[in-house]
Design a protein around this ligand. Structure first.
Ligand code: PHE
Length: 334
């Protein structure tokens, strides 16, 4: 076959190939071992010198040309077939992606932090592992103090434990910062408690601490009453019941009028009309001394409340353990 005709038909056919299979057949037809061009190249050696040079040059050029053409066409067809496969109907309605939900405890904690921040308190982070010293000794629980029994402790070693409350951060914070100060320190606590509907071995507390020159119980009452009012969105009655903690003096527990029955008595408040909300008191001079503050110069109040208690009241949840199960049927409701 005439090389010029070969060139014309090869280029025409390759350009017209409709898919990769067709193209492959053409590649074999023209460039394959038994292909037409290969045939010509093979016959070169039998030709006379002058003819061999002329035809050889042209035939080799044609070979490169066809190879280049095939490559180009291959890319084009490959692209078209991938476009075909990846075709998207941009007018189709979208799939809704499943949404994540925040644990109700997170929702309430955010609200608590927002309220205290607006009252001038900073939110401080802290660690869950503690030493016996900060969890107990610095807070006026000597080694054999009976009040240690109030807090069944998970010990990791003799001296290291999972904190049973957030109060160790009172001393930790005061060691590093000078008064006056206003902070809350939320975090997870651990106690070796049998779990039931109202107790779990993991729970959150929010510790609060305010220290200044002339702080009194009146300051505490004002701050905590404002907090409850903003959290529940209405005025609530509050009372301080005398209590005992080694690290506060005097100590008390603020109760609020039951938010479910408004004080007339119901199952939630066990017919008392009141709900226990926290432990609190005036910072004990011993704690100031642990932190290196002069108890003669500074006064403060501290409080610690259980976060889950607030969550359960706000969302009328009757089992604290639901907050830790990670059950989507539960979590999707918030
Ligand atoms: N840490 C105490 C508890 O866990 C609560 C508390 C905090 C009491 C601060 C007084 C002051 O029971």
């Amino acid at each position: 076959m005439n090389l010029k005709n070969l060139r014309n038909s090869a280029l025409k056919e390759i350009l017209g190939a409709k898919n990769l299979e067709e193209l492959e057949k053409l590649q074999i037809k023209y460039l394959g071992r038994k292909g037409e061009l290969t045939e010509i190249l093979r016959k070169l050696k039998d030709m006379a010198e002058a003819q061999r040079q002329k035809i050889g040059k042209f035939a080799n050029q044609l070979k490169w040309e066809i190879e280049g053409m095939v490559e180009k066409k291959k890319k084009e067809l490959g692209f078209l077939s991938s476009v075909d496969k990846e075709w998207v109907d941009i007018s189709a309605p979208g799939h809704k992606l499943p949404k994540g939900y925040l644990n109700p405890r997170t929702l309430v904690l955010r609200k608590v932090e927002e309220i205290f921040q607006s009252l001038g308190f900073s939110v401080i982070d802290s660690t869950e592992m503690e030493t016996d010293y900060y969890n107990f000794q610095a807070l006026n629980f000597p080694k054999d103090h009976p009040a240690r029994d109030m807090q069944d402790t998970f010990y990791l070693t003799d001296e290291i434990l999972m904190r049973t409350h957030t109060s160790p951060n009172q001393v930790r914070f005061m060691e590093k910062h000078n008064p006056p100060l206003r902070v809350i320190m939320p975090g997870k606590c651990f106690r070796r408690d049998a779990s039931d509907a109202t107790h779990d071995s993991q729970f959150y507390q929010v510790e609060g601490l305010m220290v200044d020159k002339n702080i009194s119980v009146a300051n505490f009452k004002a701050v905590i009453a404002e907090f409850f009012k903003r959290l529940f969105g209405k005025e609530v009655k509050m009372r301080l019941r005398p209590s005992y903690f080694p690290f506060t003096e005097p100590s008390f527990e603020p109760d609020i009028s039951c938010t479910f029955c408004a004080g007339s008595g119901c199952k939630i408040c066990k017919d008392t009309g009141w709900l226990e909300m926290a432990g609190a008191g005036m910072v004990h001079p011993f704690v100031f001394k642990s932190a290196g503050y002069s108890p003669y110069e500074w006064r403060g109040f501290a409080f610690g409340f259980g976060l889950e208690r607030l969550v359960m009241m706000k969302y009328k949840i009757n089992d604290i353990r639901l907050l830790n199960f990670g059950d989507l049927r539960f979590l999707k409701q918030f």
